[in-house]
Design a protein around this ligand. Structure first.
Ligand SMILES: Cc1cc2nc3c(=O)[nH]c(=O)nc-3n(C[C@H](O)[C@H](O)[C@H](O)COP(=O)(O)OP(=O)(O)OC[C@H]3O[C@@H](n4cnc5c(N)ncnc54)[C@H](O)[C@@H]3O)c2cc1C
Length: 478
């Protein structure tokens, strides 16, 4: 089957889905002023598959089949690197700087394929495989709902005052199960075709009902999407060159006693595999994360160097120091991302996953350094990031001459050119979109502590801890 066009993707979202925005039900997400923007942003994935410039990397042709590269199950370092390059290109293309759509759900599919292949009961793997082929052949867009609302963070799912604070099975039928609960922060859910649901953590023996993974069309009865309006304000194109066009939407994804048919259940009651699934998903998903962050950190380095030049300070020692720190930050991220692919680990059926140690180090390096990188950028740009003029001031004959005269940079840098750069930096770092990027850096694809935990665990489990301890024992002649 051929890949879908952007128009076909957009039309597929008119399916009666139950979406809410600021307390009101949205009859058609595709024409909603805010959700519609997120849809156009996501449609870039579909545009890239059609464009001459990106077709080669965005589309895979094998065994008489043509499908999106996002659906290519990685079996080698090269597959992982090509996936990473596609994600990077998508995020840099049209200065999107956040994820589009196809990257997210395929990570969940790869995790489901890898984990179910090891399960004793083969029916789960068969179901995942059939679902994977259905999504791939129909070129679908998927959201992944993993994060539960969690209530008291220290208590386990079975210990919560309200058992629905982690999504769970409330009824079993011959033809499927009924689930209740809410997932949170679900990116791209209002503009996806299907939502894949995964457990968010390892489960204990008493937590069989919470050990559930499945997928459903977004229009399934009882599935309600309460969208976050963050960043929905009045945005002027000149002042906010990035966020005027680009947006991801997150939802509180409520499962109000939703029926899941048997063929869509991928894990049910297996408490041991619930944790394995949660962890395998993040191995893939953190690789996607660091891949889409590459254009973002490159943009910070480029913007810092450009505004330093425009302000005439490029030669100053402290400026060189800050730029050197930013270069190290960006290039370390790139190197760790590539290393994660290079050292990939084998899963079932020849499938590979990014090296957990390297990928968690990459994500942790990015997340820990992001605010400092923004600090350097803001410092070099100056306070005009939050005191500069608006689009109307440039349009007005009364005020424009003053802006042109007084807001210039070093000789040869006119005010308008300098202010365009500053508006780019302002949007990136000092707008609600900039704040979104900061919170995204810390929490999305797993929090700082989650990555630390995985770094320690992977280092211990891959034999590195034993190797270095043996080394010092030998050095100390113990
Ligand atoms: C923009 C954005 C997009 C996202 N997209 C998705 C998505 O598409 N799908 C999805 O499933 N998720 C998504 N996430 C969720 C993301 O993975 C979570 O935000 C992240 O895992 C942190 O969870 P939380 O937000 O519930 O914070 P919390 O877990 O509440 O963390 C808050 C603080 O509590 C600490 N803490 C938590 N538990 C404990 C404990 N037991 N003991 C001690 N300290 C604890 C944490 O370390 C942290 O310091 C997204 C998040 C963001 C911000």
């Amino acid at each position: 089957m051929p890949l879908r066009t952007p128009a076909q993707y957009i039309a597929s979202l008119r399916d009666g889905r139950d979406v809410w925005f600021r307390g009101e039900q949205v009859p058609d997400v595709t024409v909603h002023p805010v959700i519609g923007k997120a849809i156009k942003h996501a449609a870039i994935d579909y545009e890239m598959a059609e464009s001459d410039a990106f077709k080669e990397i965005a589309v895979v042709s094998e065994n008489n089949q043509t499908y999106s590269r996002y659906y290519k199950i990685p079996t080698s370092t090269e597959d992982l690197l090509l996936r990473s390059r596609l994600i990077e290109a998508a995020t840099a293309q049209g200065d999107t700087l956040v994820l589009l759509i196809k990257e997210i759900g395929t990570d969940a599919l790869f995790a489901l394929l890898a984990v179910t292949a090891r399960m004793e009961d083969p029916k789960y793997h068969r179901r995942v495989r059939a679902f994977y082929e259905y999504c791939r052949d129909n070129d679908l867009a998927l959201a992944t709902a993993q994060t539960d609302v969690k209530g008291d963070r220290v208590k386990r799912p079975s210990e919560q005052a309200d058992p629905d604070l982690y999504l769970r099975v409330v009824k079993r039928r011959n033809d499927g199960v009924v689930v209740r609960g809410a997932k949170i922060h679900t990116s791209v859910a209002p503009n996806a075709n299907e939502v894949i649901v995964l457990p968010t953590r390892a489960m204990g023996e008493r937590e069989a009902d919470w050990s559930i993974a499945f997928a459903l069309p977004v229009s399934t009865p009882g599935l309600k999407l309460l969208t976050s309006p963050f960043g929905d304000g009045d945005i002027r194109a000149g002042e906010r060159p990035i966020s005027v066009r680009h947006k991801m939407m997150e939802t509180l994804t409520v499962f109000d006693d939703v029926f899941v048919p048997n063929d869509r259940i991928f894990l049910d009651g297996d408490t041991r595999q619930a944790g394995a699934l949660a962890l395998t998903f993040v191995e893939y998903h953190r690789f996607t994360a660091v891949s889409y962050k590459l254009p973002l950190v490159d943009a910070i380095v480029g913007a810092a160097a450009t505004i330093a030049d425009y302000n005439g300070i490029l030669g100053a020692t402290h400026v060189r120091e800050k730029l050197t720190a930013l270069i190290g930050y960006a290039e370390t991220l790139r190197a760790l991302t590539e290393k994660a692919a290079e050292r990939c680990t084998k899963k079932a059926d020849g499938q590979v996953a990014p090296d957990p140690l390297m990928v968690n180090m990459a994500k942790s390096h990015f997340a820990h350094g992001y605010h400092t990188a923004v600090q350097h950028l803001q410092e070099l740009a100056g306070g005009i990031l939050v005191t500069g003029p608006g689009d109307e001031d440039w349009a007005s004959e009364a005020t424009r001459p003053y802006l042109e005269k007084y807001l210039v940079g070093r000789q040869g840098v006119p005010a308008e050119k300098r202010m365009r750069m500053l508006n780019f930096i302002r949007d990136l770092s000092a707008s609600d979109y900039g704040a979104y990027q900061e919170v995204l850096a810390i929490h999305a694809e797993g929090s700082l502590e989650a990555e630390k935990l995985q770094i320690f665990r992977s280092y211990t489990e891959n034999g590195s801890a034993g190797r270095v301890m043996e080394l010092v024992r030998r050095m100390a002649r113990l």
